[in-house]
Design a protein around this ligand. Structure first.
Ligand SMILES: Nc1nc2c(ncn2[C@@H]2O[C@H](COP(=O)(O)OP(=O)(O)OP(=O)(O)O)[C@@H](O)[C@H]2O)c(=O)[nH]1
Length: 307
């Protein structure tokens, strides 16, 4: 039986019989989507984000080459693997298709076993690529974005905020007395506590462009584009309230009998002429102040006045 998380294959062919044959072939193992012309293929690709497209080369109105060209030009669709299925069997045709970025080129009439084997092969490549992306971008313990990913997104969002004259808020959140927590409850319990804090941070993020990342050992970085200092502080208040509600015991903390966090924050004002590293340092300085002032609190840099 097809697994619930079956990979999605879009079949784009103007010939109903071909669609039917390929569809029946792939259905037992994959989630199959069908398109009968190029425009429909692009629309379905955007809507369903398939893992692979079996793309007929010769279709009226928009041929397969044009569909592939448009897929590659769209950042949301450019990564989708494409296998051309074509009646054109000259080596030049095959070479042209592969040169355009198709993963493979299958000549009609095709052998069903070979089609299945090639589809399986390319879907395996897709799975492996996803796994690599995950390893490169996600922190294994907390499942949050890792520092590498954060740094990448931070630069992009900082540039976007500067370009568009929009605010950008950054908070650094650090668990209080975590060394004592580990010492008292053990490292595995420390890991669980860290995961709980990470979950709260992730669910506190409101917009798709917000990002919660694990920046260091017990320090998280929260990035909130298009968010002013007031809104950002409300988000952090919410996260701290949820943590207080969890009331994770911390007997040896000098701050409180439960696990607490300190937060340092800074917001890039639309009129500020600050570099990305300076904004980060500002948040870090506020975190230091929050720690110095007794922990279990938020200290946010007062936004510089408008000139
Ligand atoms: N369990 C666990 N502990 C971690 C992890 N990463 C870092 N730590 C621990 O976090 C502790 C951080 O200690 P410190 O930097 O002294 O900070 P702290 O004890 O939280 O004190 P303050 O931040 O000043 O309140 C260290 O003991 C690290 O071993 C992790 O992934 N899992």
């Amino acid at each position: 039986m097809k697994p619930a998380e079956a990979q999605k294959v879009l079949i784009a062919d103007d010939d109903a019989v071909n669609r039917e044959v390929l569809g029946e072939l792939l259905k037992p193992e994959y989630t199959v989507l069908l398109a009968k012309n190029g425009a429909q293929a692009l629309e379905r690709a955007a809507r369903h984000q398939p893992d692979l497209i079996l793309l007929d080369v010769m279709m009226p109105d928009m041929d397969g080459y044009e569909v592939l060209r448009r897929l590659r030009a769209d950042p949301q669709l450019a990564h989708i693997a494409v296998i051309f299925i074509s009646g054109l069997d000259r080596p030049e045709d095959e070479a042209a298709g592969l040169k355009m970025g198709a993963a493979d080129y299958i000549v009609k009439p095709f052998n069903q076993t070979v089609v299945m084997a090639r589809v399986a092969l390319h879907l395996q490549v897709v799975r492996q690529r996803r796994m690599l992306e995950r390893l490169a971008n996600v922190d294994g313990l907390t499942e949050l974005a890792n520092r590498r990913r954060f740094d990448e997104v931070y630069e992009l969002e900082w540039q976007r905020a500067r370009r568009n004259g929009r605010p950008l808020s950054l908070a650094l959140l650090d668990v209080d007395a975590f060394k004592q927590y580990n010492d008292r409850y053990g490292h595995p319990a420390g890991d669980r506590a860290l995961r709980a804090v990470a979950r709260l941070a992730a669910s506190g993020m409101r917009r798709p462009s917000d990002l919660a990342a694990r920046y260091g050992g017990e320090e998280l970085a929260l990035l909130m584009p298009e968010t002013d200092a007031h809104e950002a502080k409300l988000v952090l208040d919410g996260i701290r309230e949820e943590l207080a509600r969890l009331a994770i015991p911390h007997e040896t903390s000098s701050v409180a009998p439960v696990l607490t966090v300190s937060v340092g924050g800074a917001t890039l004002a639309p009129w500020a002429r600050e570099q990305s590293a300076e904004l980060f340092e500002a948040a870090d300085t506020q975190l230091y102040r929050a720690k110095r002032a007794g922990r279990n609190r938020i200290v946010w840099r007062i936004p510089a006045g408008q000139p």
